[in-house]
Design a protein around this ligand. Sequence first.
Ligand SMILES: [Zn+2]
Length: 255
Amino acid sequence: MRMSHQHRAVAAAVAATVTLAIGGCAGPPAHPHSPGVPVVAVDIGHSPTEPGAISAGGVPEHAYNRKLANDLLTQLHADGYTQSFVIKPTEKGMSLQERAESAVARGASILISVHHDSVQPRYLKQHRVFGRVVGYSEGISGYSLFYSEAGHAGDDSLRLATEIGRQLRAAGLTPSLHHAEDIPGERRELVDESLGIYRYDKLILLRAAGIPSVLFEAGVIVDRDEERQFRDPAYREQIARALSRAVTAFAEASR
Ligand SMILES: [Zn+2]
């Protein structure tokens, strides 16, 4: 999650929506915990026209996000969470606020936003892929989890992030701690080093939803080895299973 993709857009949206999200209390209503079956809204980070990071292999992040989001939905349905859905932006696209509203309007009790990560420009080297110059980095890899204390579900969002982190660790994944580095664009508050959980209150999608929400950076796609892993359906399935198990654990602990 280079701060120049998701977060530049987020920062621009903050001014417009902060009144609604906090001051006016006019954001989507907070959902009480449903004792029933979890309904997961899966958000595909970014959009085809604003695709986020570009991988070491020259692939837009959005393409990886879409693949993993769809794999996650398949897994959730297989595990009995049949009302879960992928948020489908309309043709003209959807703001982060609209994505949150859409998730809540469709009855979601959990929101997971799927992203793939990048690094700050200082760590990018350049190489050619099919004649095109593309950035890549070495030595920074792993997943990250972000939650927001702002909004209506901060505690539960941290709990959800914790369950996801535990399941990812159990599946053999390693968190990246690079967002906590003391350099411009990073300096995120790392609240759980062992599970790779950061607090980031400016993420509009998370704070606007009012339901337990986590932004999941599945891995660093400017790292060539890590990008290669995401091309493997078995690896994506392993991640999807871990996330679905975390949904189960979260729901059970909520009862
Ligand atoms: Zn992203």
